[in-house]
Design a protein around this ligand. Structure first.
Ligand code: HSE
Length: 414
């Protein structure tokens, strides 16, 4: 009897944009002790466009032709849910392992894909979907004891973090977004970054991974950085912190979560995560763990995808446990940064009294006059639920004719 040993890992590539191109270049480099990874087929919208693929690769717009090449692994870099979802379900149904960087797909259909992977005992890896440059998801998937977590707080959108960091330094938001696009960090539609959608999707994937529950990203309280004003950034600094695009989830009892810009006190580990950096602070049974590094960019995403491919090829990845129970994520009780402005505001002490009459208690304040001559005040409050804050602010608007804005505020971890 003869045994046939493969001389390369033949992969089908779904999508060959920035990340796919970086992956093709990386895979073409010497593979050291690993089997070379060969892209034998690629699904693209326009097969006539030149790409850095071997002339032997089948480049096609026809998904069926892809499976005819009998790939050992399917790599999905299409983004979005269609046609990625049916193609990955088909691959898993054919027992072809899947590597994907598609957070939107995982966030919305992760449970279905996990069920399909488990049903055919086929690996499904997605390390590059969240904080692509920090390989922590796979590590934890194989270490259930250390990964027994009860909550997390994180910065998972590099573009928003970059824009806010630049804005604190005085740069315009438009210029910062353009730069994030040039560097390959921003989504094809950067509104997904700026409106918090990308962050909510990544949070949904993190909740699946660590809390083993499926929460639809559209059901998570989500706000973008678009509404953060220069006055809020300045007040945050005066109140001893900074505004960051954060996501949090806690499943120690029930499940609470949000994805929104928030006041982060200077002593919090996330306060120093600047520019396009990402970080995840995980509350585990054995203490708090911090993972920090690059979250996005074609080169780092391609490197992580290739590592997933090599891990599967080495035969060290087990199929997952299956689908996940659906869950709702409630909005948590948090501290708040309240900002109000008007041509003439009441004294801060009177504002604080009015807020207190509605059960919203302040603990610090900052006042300034904006460039357009408005009085502007910010208050840090103690913990309150969102409806209480809304009621207090509505009453304040009625009493003083001011405009109001509220951001959640993190507390320094104990
Ligand atoms: N647009 C994303 C970000 C890319 O800025 O973090 C990585 O998912």
């Amino acid at each position: 009897m003869t045994t046939c040993v493969a001389s390369s890992v033949d992969v089908a590539l779904l999508g060959c944009g920035n990340v796919g191109t970086a992956l093709a270049r990386l895979a073409a480099q010497p593979s050291g002790p690993h089997l070379p990874v060969t892209i034998t087929s690629a699904l693209v919208r326009d097969p006539s466009r030149p790409r850095p693929l071997s002339p032997a690769a089948r480049v096609t717009a026809d998904a069926r032709a892809l499976f005819a090449t009998q790939p050992a692994i399917v790599i999905e870099l299409l983004g979005g849910t269609e046609p990625a979802r049916p193609l990955l379900l088909e691959a898993l149904g054919r027992r072809i392992p899947v590597v994907t960087a598609n957070k939107s797909l995982l966030a919305r259909h992760g449970s279905e894909l996990r069920a399909a992977a488990a049903a055919s005992s086929t690996p499904l890896l997605y390390e590059a979907a969240v904080v692509a440059g920090v390989p922590f998801l796979g590590t934890f998937a194989r270490r259930p004891q250390a990964a027994a977590a009860s909550g997390l707080v994180a910065i998972v959108n590099g573009t928003s973090n970059f824009v806010l960091t630049q804005a604190v330094a005085g740069a315009s938001v438009t210029a910062a977004v353009t730069e994030a696009q040039r560097l390959g960090y921003a989504e094809p539609d950067p509104r997904n970054d700026l409106a918090g959608i990308d962050a909510a999707e990544k949070l949904a994937v993190l909740i699946q991974h660590f809390a083993h529950r499926a929460v639809h990203p559209d059901a998570i309280e989500t706000r973008g950085i678009e509404a953060v004003s220069p006055a809020q950034l300045a007040h945050a600094r005066e109140l001893g912190g900074v505004i960051k695009p954060v996501v949090t989830a806690d499943w120690s009892e029930g499940l609470t979560a949000f994805a929104a810009p928030a006041f982060v006190p200077a002593a919090h580990p996330l306060a120093r995560v600047d520019g396009v950096e990402n970080a995840v602070l995980l509350d585990t049974r054995h203490g708090r763990l911090l993972f920090q590094g690059p979250g996005a960019g074609p080169a780092v995403t391609a490197a992580t995808v290739l590592d997933d491919v090599r891990e599967i090829a080495a035969g060290s990845v087990a199929a997952g446990a299956g689908g996940l129970p659906a869950a709702e994520a409630a909005a948590p009780e948090t501290e708040w940064l309240i900002t109000i402005d008007a041509p003439r505001l009441p004294r801060p002490v009177d504002v604080a009294d009015l807020l207190a009459a509605h059960g919203l208690f302040t603990r610090a304040s900052s006042s300034r006059r904006t460039a357009d001559g408005q009085d502007c005040q910010s208050f840090l409050t103690w913990r309150a639920i969102a409806p209480r804050v809304e009621l207090a602010l509505a009453s304040l608007r009625l009493a003083s004719g001011c405009t109001t804005a509220a951001l959640r505020a993190l507390e320094v971890p104990a």
